[in-house]
Design a protein around this ligand. Structure first.
Ligand code: C5P
Length: 256
């Protein structure tokens, strides 16, 4: 890897300074963590797959007018992104009861919700990213009310689009998490989609079998994590089939 200045290291990604001041390089690691990093592993090829899947999702969303930070993929593990000020919230959209919502409200996992539900969590590892209300967000100044409105409307548009996209390849979009950032351009500030959209941040179930094709395979020790992520990439048409059944992707792909 080249000697660039690291700007931030997260659990699954690293941000480096980009070629221009308003750009960053987002590097996807193979590291997997769950339960606030209590559970850790290295999953060969996960970073390569998430780089490709996130590129695909952001590009498709851009085509329907959702503003995002993705500029271009640089190589197997890196993409160029716009530098934003991350809003310290995780925006979760749910279509089907699962995970912490099922537990919190005593719902059966797999139960379809009456409508899409948007939740906010405060991004604070020490506190385990607690669920918060809009009242907390404005009272503590994490985001302004117009920014909250922007995030809800962008999250719901993203949900509608991604539900259709995944349904087209036989996958049910159960829930997912988004992060947003403030993009400062001239005298204006805009709320745009940031971070990543990948099987690390979505729950994706096969529509016929309910097989989990996402990070729950890691969280719940189901095995076959990268195989499931490859399956998602293959169905979306991101991975080519080499003809002998093997996917054409260089899992060892480095930073160049
Ligand atoms: O765990 P929970 O049910 O709250 O997760 C809801 C959705 O948000 C899941 O798709 C999960 O993968 C995603 N999520 C995430 N990062 C977190 C918390 C949740 O990507 N820190």
């Amino acid at each position: 890897m080249s000697r660039r200045r690291m700007v931030y290291e997260g659990k699954a990604k690293i941000l480096y300074e980009g070629p221009e001041p308003h750009l960053l390089v987002q590097y996807f690691k193979d590291d997997a963590t769950a339960f606030n990093a209590e559970k850790k592993a290295v999953l060969d090829g996960k970073g390569v797959l998430n780089n490709r899947i996130s590129e695909y999702m952001m590009t498709r969303l851009g085509e329907i007018g959702i503003p995002h930070h993705f500029v271009k993929r640089l190589n197997m593990r890196e993409q160029l992104i716009k530098k934003v000020e991350i809003i310290p919230l995780e925006v979760i959209v749910r279509n089907v009861a699962a995970g912490t919502m099922a537990k919190r409200l005593g719902l059966e996992e797999g139960e379809r919700l009456p409508r899409a539900v948007v939740e906010f969590c405060y991004k604070k590892d020490e506190l385990g990213d607690p669920l918060v209300a809009e009242e907390h967000i404005s009272a503590f100044g994490w985001a302004t009310p117009p920014e909250v409105d922007d995030m809800v409307s962008l999250a719901l548009r993203t949900n509608d689009f991604m539900c259709g996209l995944f349904a087209g390849v036989g996958i049910r979009l159960v829930d997912f998490k988004l992060e947003f950032g403030r993009l400062f351009e001239n005298e204006t500030v805009r709320t745009i989609l940031a971070d990543e959209i990948s099987p690390d941040s979505c729950r994706l179930w096969d529509m016929d079998t309910n097989k989990k094709l996402d990070k729950d395979r890691f969280r719940r020790d189901l095995g076959g994590v990268t195989e499931a992520y490859s399956e998602v990439a293959r169905r979306l048409g991101i991975l080519r089939d080499s003809g002998d059944g093997a996917d054409v992707v260089d899992f060892k792909g480095g930073s160049k």
